[in-house]
Design a protein around this ligand. Structure first.
Ligand SMILES: O=C(O)CCC(=O)C(=O)O
Length: 324
C-alpha cells in the first residue's frame, strides 16, 4: 500500500466507553464500532477483535423469496434496471450467452431496482449497519451473487481480497458490508472464508491471480497474505447475515454442488465519509478497469473518476446526506 493510502485512512474515530462496577471503572477502547444500544458488549468485542459479526436469522424467508423472484425476473430479461451490471462466469463463452439464471453469476449496482434495493433499506439490516457507520447511512455498492456450479476449472472461487480496494472513500472504519445468505451455505457450495483480525492491517497489494482456468472480471486477489493466518469458513443458514469490515481479508470457495448459491449484499458507508483521489495509489488499477467498463457499457467518458461513479450510484438510506 502506498503511503498516500495510509494517510488518507487515519482520520478514524476512537471511542472510549466507561463502565462503573462499584468502586472500579473499566475503560474499553473501541475503534471499529459505535456506541449504541444494539450490540451487546460481547458482540462489540467480537467485531473489534475479528472484523466480522454474524447475526442469525436476520432477514425473513418472505423477503428472501421476494429477492429471489426479482432476480429470476431479471435473469429472464423481464426487467432491466438502469445502471445494473450483469456478470457471467469466465467459464461461459460469450457465444453461449442467453439470458437465464444459468448464465448470470452476479448482478451489481441494483440501486434502481426497487424490489432488490429493499434489501438495503430493511430496518433490521440498518439497525446493525448503524453500529458501524453511525446514523447517516449511504448504500454505496450492491450485489446479488449467484455462484454457479463449478465447471471443474474452479473459476467459481473468489480469491482472498479486501473490499476497500474498490472504494474511493474513507475512513474505512465507517464502511461495512452486510452479506445475507439466501439459502444454506457451507463449504460444499462455496461459503465465505474470512481471516479474522486482518481488518486491523493495511490495504494490501492486489492483482489478478494466475489461475489455470481463468479469473472472473474484477476478482482481484491479495498476493502476499500470510498462509499461516487462521481461516474461518462461515457456514450460514438462509437469512443469516454477516457484517464485515472492508479491510477484512475474505473470499469464497468453489461451488461443488449442482445448485446456484445465492447471497445478497450491500456495502454501506457513513454519509460523513469523504472521497479520496485514488490516482497514484494501489487502487488506481481498479479505477482504470471500472472506467473502461462503464465507458463500454454506458458510454460514460473514460476520464470520469471512480469518485463520480460512487457519487452517482450512492443512495441515502438513513439520516442526512452530509458529505458522500
Ligand atoms: O459471495 C461471494 O462468493 C463472495 C463475494 C465477495 O467477497 C465480494 O464480491 O467481494
Amino acid at each position: 500500500m502506498s503511503s498516500r493510502n495510509i494517510s488518507q485512512d487515519l482520520d478514524t474515530e476512537c471511542w472510549v466507553v466507561i463502565f462503573r462496577l462499584d468502586l472500579f471503572e473499566i475503560y474499553l477502547f473501541f475503534r471499529y464500532t459505535q456506541h449504541n444500544a444494539v450490540l451487546s458488549l460481547e458482540q462489540r468485542k467480537f467485531y473489534e477483535e475479528n472484523g466480522f459479526l454474524v447475526i442469525k436469522s436476520l432477514v425473513s424467508d418472505a423477503d428472501i423469496q421476494r429477492f429471489r423472484d426479482q432476480f429470476e425476473r431479471i435473469c429472464r430479461g423481464e426487467v432491466k434496471p438502469e445502471q445494473m451490471m450483469i456478470m457471467r462466469d469466465v467459464s461461459i463463452a460469450k457465444s453461449e450467452y442467453i439470458p437465464s439464471e444459468r448464465m448470470i453469476s452476479k448482478i451489481q449496482d441494483f440501486q434502481e431496482d426497487k424490489e432488490l434495493f429493499r434489501y438495503c433499506t430493511l430496518p433490521e439490516i440498518l439497525k446493525y449497519v448503524e453500529c458501524f457507520t453511525g446514523p447517516n447511512i449511504m448504500a454505496m455498492h450492491t450485489m446479488l451473487i449467484n455462484k454457479p456450479p463449478d465447471s471443474g476449472k474452479k473459476t467459481s472461487r473468489h480469491p482472498l481480497h479486501q473490499d476497500l480496494l474498490y472504494f474511493p472513500f474513507r475512513p474505512s472504519n465507517k464502511i461495512v458490508c452486510a452479506w445475507t445468505a439466501m439459502e444454506h451455505i457451507d463449504r460444499n457450495n462455496g461459503c465465505l472464508c474470512v481471516l479474522p483480525g486482518t481488518h486491523k492491517g493495511p490495504l494490501k497489494p492486489h492483482d489478478y491471480p494466475q489461475w489455470e482456468g481463468g479469473v472472473n472480471l474484477m476478482f482481484y486477489g491479495i498476493q502476499d497474505y500470510d498462509e499461516k493466518t487462521p481461516r474461518v469458513h462461515l457456514v450460514m443458514e438462509k437469512g443469516d447475515t454477516v457484517f464485515f469490515h472492508p479491510l477484512l481479508i475474505h473470499g469464497s470457495g468453489w461451488n461443488r454442488t449442482q445448485g446456484y448459491r445465492k447471497a445478497i449484499s450491500c456495502h454501506f458507508a457513513s454519509a460523513d465519509c469523504h472521497y479520496i483521489d485514488v490516482k497514484g495509489t494501489s487502487q488506481e488499477i481498479v479505477e482504470r478497469e471500472v472506467m473502461e467498463l462503464v465507458h463500454r457499457l454506458y458510454g460514460i467518458p473514460k476520464d470520469t473518476s471512480l469518485q463520480d461513479v460512487f457519487r452517482l450510484g450512492g443512495q441515502l438510506v438513513k439520516g442526512r446526506r452530509t458529505n458522500l
